[in-house]
Design a protein around this ligand. Structure first.
Ligand code: GRG
Length: 296
């Protein structure tokens, strides 16, 4: 299968899988279910679920084993965006080219939709009968996602971010923030894809994890670059918000050229980490390049 048709296949697969887990909008409590669907559907590049599928594809896994972990990471991601946009956090009005969840519904509904999406993520991982794996592996997947999204992962990174507003972080502190806030879930996406393999070799897992760590950071650097170079329409969210919110960014610390150089070096490092994998890892290599060439 060509790379293009592989990506299209997985893109369609993730949309169908997400739909299959989301409660129907007419089911009570209908407003909450509508808000959950609004937060997940109609936009989003699906980078994290694609990483789950592409990692599993590299290991020749049946995609039925990857649907639940792919949906779980996207539900956690959607949850984080809904909460990140709330007035108590970034107070944003626009997300994926649409009003943010609390603007389209109301703050209380948005908070609860985020909470319910988090629960749905763990329900999908713990419950999916198509996930052909041992209970031990399934528990490892649940543990991986819980750690990546909790206080020592994404939520912890968000706290570092909020505390850093108006402060002068150095490059090490900035990296620590993003390894947690953005990187942890990207890293978990690759790990979940690998953990769906019945007996993943520790050495290969380490190499995949290094790949994921590098692209996670590169993803954030590109995000900072796009906040300067892109526009609100293309981004689907307010451009220039980092400067407006006095946030420390990679371009602010390294200059635009320096930030681009760092992102490209991370991609090279990520691709180098896949050298033990054959042609099957080509889509993961493509993904690493996409992360720093994407325009939204
Ligand atoms: C969710 C556990 C948990 C706690 C909430 C709000 C919060 C704590 C964390 C925020 C995490 C966050 C919003 C990180 C930003 C990551 C980021 C760069 C998001 C944009 O991701 P894209 O570009 O978005 O993949 P699309 O719209 O394409 O899905």
């Amino acid at each position: 299968m060509s790379l293009k048709s592989l990506m299209t296949t997985y893109q369609q697969r993730i949309e169908a899988a997400l739909e299959s887990w989301l409660p129907a909008p007419e089911i009570q409590p209908s407003r909450l279910h509508q808000a959950m669907r609004y937060a997940v559907q109609g936009g989003g590049k699906r980078v994290r679920p694609l990483l789950v599928y592409l990692t599993g594809n590299t290991l020749n896994l049946n995609p039925a084993n990857l649907d639940a972990p792919a949906c779980a990471v996207e539900f956690i991601h959607a949850f984080s965006l809904v909460h990140d946009d709330l007035p108590a956090m970034d107070d944003d009005d626009l997300r994926r080219g649409k009003p943010t969840c609390h603007k389209a519904f109301d703050e209380a509904t948005a908070i609860l939709a985020g909470d319910a999406l988090q629960s749905l993520a763990f329900y999908a991982l713990s419950h999916d009968p198509n996930l052909q794996t041992t209970d031990k592996q399934r528990l490892k997947m649940i543990e991986t996602l819980a750690q990546a999204s909790g206080s020592r992962g994404m939520a912890g990174g968000q706290v570092i971010d909020m505390d850093s507003a108006g402060q002068s972080l150095n490059i090490v502190e900035l990296e620590n923030m993003h390894i947690h806030k953005t990187g942890a879930l990207i890293r978990a996406s690759v790990k979940l894809g690998a953990l769906a393999y019945p007996s993943i070799d520790d050495n290969l897992l380490k190499k995949l994890d290094h790949y994921a760590k590098c692209i996670g950071l590169a993803f954030q650097i590109q995000d900072d670059i796009l906040d300067i170079e892109s526009d609100t329409k293309t981004l689907g969210k307010l451009q220039g918000s980092d400067i407006a919110n006095d946030k420390v960014t990679y371009p602010a610390l390294l200059g635009l050229r320096g930030a681009k150089k760092m992102a490209n070096e991370l991609v090279e490092d990520a691709i180098k980490s896949l050298s033990d994998f054959d042609q099957k890892a080509e889509p993961l290599r493509w993904m690493a390049n996409y992360i720093v060439t994407r325009n939204y």
